[in-house]
Design a protein around this ligand. Structure first.
Ligand code: NAD
Length: 318
């Protein structure tokens, strides 16, 4: 009998239902189950998605409960509150940690070695909490981390350089939040270091331009929230890309967050984004690269910031 490709999505709000919709269109699963504290809402979302399936898509989409997490290839977690205009992701930490601990306690009895992909913010902290509460091989638990920020950076760079996004290789690492950082020393355009490409194309390139681009990238999420109160399509596309690699073992290298396998630049016991090979089974390998001194210093600060938040949360008894 062939394997049924099954994905559970816990949290069927804007993010969860956009993910379900995009997974259905990409035919990445045979079954998608939506689980939410508001079962009626999850049922409504599932039915809405199913109603187009006679024209496009083949999968079964339904509302379920935690027992449906059994035999899933992937469990995607999106349950929790989102940022209001003016809030940072860290402002959500206490509320969403409590929600996620409750969620993990409910699906743990039915957990059968699935990859767990965390989207709920603050995603670095919530990924850490899920990994600790579930207490399984940490390669099985990853968060979307800086993958969306990286996509935003690549789009901004492509606009600035005036080339298609396919020619740009760039990465944001660290915290999915205010402290995130671009690895400028590694950015390449059409196979050349960006400074070389800009010089030969007469495009200005300096630290001020880098800072301006990074500032725009950092604020893009908050800007959308100001306009429409939430973001969901961009992250749904990123999740689809990750799910495709996990289901089909593509082995992509992406800045997702998972608990560091070893001490790195003086940081340990945190989930933080670094270049990571993602494929069948989740995290295949974290790439512990040597960056330039400024980048390593900046990354260390990112790690210290996440560690401080985890300590504060523990002190508050969350
Ligand atoms: P939403 O309010 O539309 O949906 C959240 C859902 O979670 C609701 O349906 C709610 O009923 C459910 N829920 C709450 N508590 C629950 C519980 N205990 N058990 C089960 N379900 C529960 O919010 P949204 O816009 O879908 O955002 C969801 C999360 O995704 C937020 O934390 C948001 O910040 C995050 N997000 C992350 C990224 C990223 O890059 N990682 C991007 C966008 C949004």
């Amino acid at each position: 009998m062939s394997h049924t490709r099954k994905i559970a999505i816990i949290g069927s709000g804007y993010v969860g239902s956009s993910i379900a919709y995009s997974l259905m269109l990409r035919e990445l699963a045979d079954e998608i189950v939506l689980i939410d504290a508001n079962a009626e809402h999850a049922q409504g979302e599932a039915e809405d998605i199913v109603h187009g399936i006679s024209y496009m898509g083949v999968c079964k989409v339904y509302q379920g409960d935690y027992s449906d997490c059994e035999n899933c290839d992937i469990i995607i977690i999106t349950a929790g509150r989102n940022r209001k205009p003016g809030q940072t992701r860290i402002d959500l930490v206490d509320t969403n940690t409590n929600i996620i601990k409750d969620v993990v306690a409910k699906f743990k009895p039915y957990y059968t070695d699935s990859v767990v992909l965390v989207v709920t913010n603050p995603v670095d902290i919530i990924t850490y909490v899920v990994a600790k509460e579930l207490d399984v091989d940490s390669h099985k638990v990853l968060g979307t981390g800086c993958i969306l920020d990286t996509s935003r950076l690549v789009c901004q760079l492509a606009d600035y350089i005036g080339l298609s996004i396919n020619n740009i290789h760039a990465m944001i690492v660290g915290e999915h939040g205010e402290h995130q950082m671009a690895l400028w020393s590694r950015v390449s355009v059409a196979n050349s270091p960006i400074e070389e490409y800009c010089e030969m194309s007469n495009i200005p390139w300096n630290e001020q331009i880098q800072d301006d681009i990074m500032e725009r990238v950092r604020l893009l999420g908050a800007d959308i929230i100001k306009k429409k109160e939430r973001t969901h399509y961009g992250i749904a596309t990123c999740v689809c890309y990750l799910v495709d690699s996990i289901m089909n073992n593509h082995k992509i290298v992406v800045p997702v967050c998972s608990i560091l396998e070893r001490e790195y630049m003086g940081i340990s016991d945190v989930a933080i984004s670094i270049p990571t090979v993602v494929g069948g089974g989740g995290v295949i390998r974290q790439l512990f690269q040597e960056w330039n001194a400024k980048e390593m210093q900046q990354f260390k600060k990112n790690g210290e910031h996440i560690t401080k938040t985890i300590k504060m949360m523990n002190q508050n008894g969350v």
